[in-house]
Design a protein around this ligand. Structure first.
Ligand SMILES: Cc1ncc(COP(=O)(O)O)c(C=O)c1O
Length: 375
């Protein structure tokens, strides 16, 4: 048996009885859509995040769509975001007819650089006077919160909404506050490999606004009004399956402990790789990172290939998040970006790669990973 990149089996062995029982309960009551586990999970997730509302939905992508739709973002609007992220971040903006405006990242945190955000806000007014900048969408990449004090201050000064893409950071804290409780709406993903993952697709939106919650609640089921056959707006079918909520409940119960376990694994990696010559991830002091990924940087792309080959030979999996930043993706070619436009994202994309990460990664397996890297 090789080392798993993300170890879901050990976690399942730990909570098997509760998970199986919960699934069995759903099979018996048969309310596969909007069954009682959905409400139970939403109540517990809101309490965990520290928000008035949590609205479960079909995926992290659905969560971003619901949030942007609730804020009325569409054609003629611009949303500032990072290019160093998963496709869904900017895809949802473009899908609604709005324009993503990419702002480069900080080379240490890999998150939106607030200084560049200020500059981009000035530049976009000149370059695209046809667009109205409506929102900022920060991403907490690899589970590390973005620089929220600055981002929220800039948003306030420019009267912009903030939609937090917390797909990788559920459970993370920025100066004591859960990332899911930041911005106007925060969105997360419960994709199986995420820090809190279900057994299929799932996601959620978090907000303190009753009004936004009501709109997203309606959007989630075809823009429903007073009942199912009263439709007051164009919406989606974006509900979470009851079975996924049933799986998430026992996982949420052990999540805090797993977040602590993740800190130990990340800290140990940083200690063991201190002399490796690799660029190691930041161990933040005033933030809690949930380590959705533990990513390091090689010297250059050839060095990365050599290291990944070395790992593979020793049965150690690795992965690249993200080899090509979004501004250079074919799907966004019409936005007119070219190589060198966002140099930090481009250079990090050439050198970064992720190592096995899980709360259950044993010290022995971690030693094998580190030895294979340095061997
Ligand atoms: C940063 C980011 N945003 C959005 C998503 C979309 O989430 P999902 O795959 O649940 O639709 C993901 C996850 O895959 C992600 O990593």
């Amino acid at each position: 048996m090789g080392i798993p990149f993300i170890d879901l089996k050990t976690q399942y062995a730990r909570i098997q009885d509760q998970v199986n029982q919960n699934i069995q309960n759903v099979l018996e009551h048969g309310r596969y859509i909007m069954g009682p586990e959905i409400q139970e999970f939403e109540t517990q997730a809101a309490a965990f995040a520290g928000t008035r509302h949590a609205l479960s939905c079909g995926s992290g992508t659905d969560a971003l769509l619901l949030a942007l739709m609730a804020l009325n973002i569409g054609p003629g609007d611009a949303v500032l975001t990072t290019p160093f992220t998963f496709m869904a971040t900017a895809e949802t903006i473009a899908f609604l007819g709005a324009t993503p405006v990419f702002v480069d990242i900080d080379p240490v945190t890999y998150n939106l650089d607030p200084d560049k955000l200020e500059t981009a806000l000035t530049d976009i007014k000149v370059a695209r006077p046809d667009l109205k900048v409506k929102a900022i969408m920060p991403v907490d990449l690899f589970g590390l919160p973005a620089e929220y004090d600055r981002i929220l201050e800039i948003a306030k000064a420019h009267q912009l909404k903030v939609v937090v893409d917390a797909a990788q950071s559920f459970g993370a804290k920025y100066k004591g506050t859960c990332t899911a409780a930041l911005g106007d709406i925060a969105c997360t993903s419960f994709f199986p490999a995420k820090p809190l993952g279900c057994y299929g697709d799932g996601g959620a939106c978090f907000t303190d606004s009753d009004e936004l919650q009501d709109i997203m609640h309606s959007l989630r089921v075809h823009g429903q009004g007073s009942d199912k056959y009263d439709n007051v707006r164009i919406g989606l079918n974006a509900r979470m399956d009851t079975l996924q909520a049933a799986v998430l409940l026992p996982k949420l119960a052990i999540f805090e402990e797993e977040i602590d376990m993740r800190q130990k694994v990340a800290r140990r990696y940083n200690e063991k790789l201190a002399d490796s010559g690799l660029v190691l991830p930041l161990l933040p002091e005033d933030m809690l990172c949930v380590w959705a990924q533990y990513s390091v940087q090689a010297k250059d792309s050839a060095h990365r290939t050599a290291l990944q080959d070395q790992l593979k030979q020793q049965g150690v999996p690795s992965a690249i998040y993200y080899p090509r930043p979004l501004h250079l993706q074919t799907a966004f070619a019409d936005l007119g970006y070219k190589p060198t436009d966002l140099p930090v994202s481009e250079s990090v994309g050439e050198r970064i790669f992720a190592l096995p990460m899980s709360p259950y990664l044993s010290e022995a397996d971690q030693d094998t990973v580190c030895a294979a890297l340095q061997g």
